[in-house]
Design a protein around this ligand. Structure first.
Ligand code: CA
Length: 226
């Protein structure tokens, strides 16, 4: 069952949205202020976030920006009230997936929700086989090779590498990596990430001491570069 987080302070809209989405079989959580919404969204576990712009404590633009900066990739559907807001949604590179203008019909909203969720699932399956340099990784079969010779990666190393590749060129914090790869329910030290990156470098880099793909970003964490 897909889980949807709605961040919307207008009670009537929030309640109507909750009812409509629950009727469609979604698991829905509603929250009325931006700050709380942001921390819930950061905790993860949602398949979609429906985000209003005008919110108490922290507006939707800020929530959206912060989520993307924190490496949260959950799809976001923005609710806007004015045409000026639409310009801003489109103009700022907020990383939102789509927007709906108020007032909207339940049918229109549901269609957008379904489309976004479908898209998200397609991209999830997006990386099956990935090649960089002389390395080839098959994430579906859990097979890897360097220069044609098989190399052994653990499931965790596959997951770690896939996460970094999915977000290539982005600096990802150790905490984000832990949350997304190890999972929030697992308690691990940020140093754990360093250890696994070191192992991966030995397996895939030509010169693990001077990596070309798995780069360390001082004070943040790591990024995958091609
Ligand atoms: Ca509002």
């Amino acid at each position: 069952m897909d889980r949807i987080l709605i961040i919307e302070d207008e009670e009537s809209i929030l309640m109507a949205l909750e009812d409509d989405l629950k009727l469609e079989g979604y698991e829905v959580t509603g929250i009325e202020d931006g700050q709380q919404g942001l921390s819930m969204a950061k905790e993860g576990g949602y398949d979609l976030i429906i985000l209003d712009i005008m919110l108490p404590k922290m507006n939707g633009f800020e929530v959206c920006k912060e989520l993307r900066q924190a490496g949260v990739t959950t799809p976001i559907l923005i609710l806007t009230a004015k045409s000026q807001e639409i310009d801003k949604v489109l103009g700022l590179e907020l990383g939102a997936d789509d927007y709906v203008t108020k007032p909207f019909s339940p049918r229109e909203l549901l269609a957008r929700v379904k489309a976004i969720l479908r898209r998200a699932k397609q991209t999830e399956l997006g990386i099956d086989v990935y090649r960089f340099g002389d390395v080839e990784i098959d994430f579906k079969k859990y097979e890897a090779a360097k220069n044609g010779a098989p190399i052994y990666l653990t499931r965790l190393e596959f997951a770690l590498l896939q996460f970094l590749i999915k977000h290539k060129s982005q600096a990802l914090s150790r905490d984000t990596i832990l949350d997304e790869v190890w999972g929030k329910e697992v308690y691990a030290y940020p140093r754990t990430v360093d250890t696994h990156i070191a192992h991966l470098r030995k397996k895939i880099e030509d010169d693990p001491a001077n990596p070309s793909y798995l780069l360390g970003i001082r004070g943040i964490g790591y990024k995958f570069r091609e």
